[in-house]
Design a binder for this molecule. Structure first.
Ligand SMILES: CC(C)(COP(=O)(O)OP(=O)(O)OC[C@H]1O[C@@H](n2cnc3c(N)ncnc32)[C@H](O)[C@@H]1OP(=O)(O)O)[C@@H](O)C(=O)NCCC(=O)NCCS
Length: 194
């Protein structure tokens, strides 16, 4: 299992089936605002749908293609972060995330991304990370910008969002650009065995 203690109040834990109900409840609480930026929200209508998501995520983890982890703040589930589309030939991957509205504005997601990037560059020895964001999603764009990603370009009409195609900005970061001051304290990988 993947378990990363970022600091005394923040941990990332691989999703397991027993988390399905609380994860679905969090999606329900945040449904409208998540739907504005994420294309999977209408596919999540019950905790059984969330179970399917968790099973897919665990398969992703065991086949070393990525994973999805819960963000736990003071031992409460407050969001999700994923490392996806790992390409071992190109040594690259992409990060996706969302957070409950109740805990926005505290730097939780910036710190969670920092932990995933440290893990990807230092443990997995990846070479390149990307984050894809809608141009109008200013809160989300601030995260890669804060962490020193470069805005590399716009993928035109790259994603189908319910009733229309949307553009995505690609932010990219290379391993040798990941500076110690941005990496911050390294946190602790508690467990990564499968
Ligand atoms: C995108 C999203 C995760 C951003 O959440 P967020 O809380 O703004 O991001 P962070 O947790 O990194 O917090 C940053 C804020 O905390 C503040 N902050 C406080 N302490 C901080 C710290 N130690 N480090 C960084 N920022 C800190 C920052 O100044 C910033 O506040 P501001 O927005 O008032 O400038 C959230 O809005 C969300 O889930 N949105 C809906 C889903 C979504 O858009 N997902 C992404 C799709 S690409």
């Amino acid at each position: 299992m993947f378990h990363y203690k970022v600091n005394g109040e923040l941990e990332l834990r691989l999703f397991e089936l027993r988390h399905a109900e609380i994860l679905f409840a969090l999606v329900e609480q945040n449904r409208d605002r998540l739907r504005a930026w994420l294309s999977w929200v209408d596919d999540s209508q019950s905790s059984q749908d969330t179970e399917k998501f968790i099973i897919n995520s665990l398969q992703e983890f065991t086949s070393e293609r990525g994973f999805a982890a819960g963000i736990w703040f003071h031992n409460q589930l407050v969001g999700s972060i994923g490392l996806h589309d790992i390409s071992w030939s190109d040594r690259k991957a992409t990060i996706g995330y969302w957070l409950s509205e109740t805990v926005e504005g505290k730097g939780i997601m910036t710190n969670a991304c920092r932990a995933i990037i440290n893990y990807a560059f230092q443990e997995l020895k990846l070479h390149r990370m990307t984050i894809r964001v809608q141009p109008e999603n200013h809160r989300s764009r601030a995260i890669p910008e804060r962490l020193g990603f470069q805005k590399e370009g716009i993928l035109r009409q790259d994603n189908w969002m319910y009733d229309r195609y949307i553009d995505l900005i690609v932010y990219g970061l290379l391993a040798d650009e990941w500076q110690c001051d941005r990496a911050g304290s390294l946190g602790i990988v508690v467990e990564t065995a499968r």
